[in-house]
Design a protein around this ligand. Structure first.
Ligand SMILES: [Zn+2]
Ligand SMILES: [Zn+2]
Length: 161
């Protein structure tokens, strides 16, 4: 058998991978790597049991640890220097407490912030979050700073205790 024929029969037998085989996941344009998938999709199959990206809710739900004492859900995925957690969604990094609000309560009206009742910046428990303006936030900060967190009547902390 000449070399070209040998090569062809190897290709036909599937012994050698065909040069242009693509990943089998719909919409994926990456080159085939192993088991029908490209490298990242194969990794997902091994790790999560299916090649598809986890939904936002699934990603969210495995990224925090509930603390029984305080009821806080502490974000564990990515917490920045400021103490706020964040999550990548649609190629944008979003505050994880904001994402929590959107998942559980829907969109955040423009111009409003998602603030913490519990004062724990990495907390993503929707029950500990409330909407406020920048002004509310500033006043909240000043109040908490000035009172050294010993709450006055209208301090948000007092609602929890
Ligand atoms: Zn792929
Ligand atoms: Zn909390």
């Amino acid at each position: 058998m000449c070399d070209i024929l040998k090569l062809k029969s190897l290709l036909d037998a599937g012994v050698m991978s065909k040069p242009k085989r693509m990943c089998e996941v719909e919409g994926c344009e990456k080159k085939h790597y192993i088991n029908g998938y490209c490298k990242p999709h194969n990794y997902r199959v091994k790790r999560y049991g299916n090649p598809y990206s986890p939904t936002l809710k699934e990603r969210f739900d495995r990224s925090y640890i509930p603390v029984p004492e305080s009821g806080c859900w502490l974000w564990t995925a990515h917490v920045g220097k400021t103490g706020y957690g964040s999550i990548c969604y649609k190629k944008k990094r979003t505050g994880s407490h904001r994402m929590s609000w959107m998942i559980h309560n829907g969109d955040i009206p423009e111009g409003l912030l998602v603030l913490h009742q519990c004062d724990t910046r990495s907390c993503v428990n929707p029950d500990h979050l409330f909407l406020g303006t920048y002004k509310d936030n500033a006043q909240d900060c000043i109040k908490k700073g000035r009172d050294n967190r010993l709450c006055g009547e209208d301090n948000h902390n007092s609602k929890l205790t």
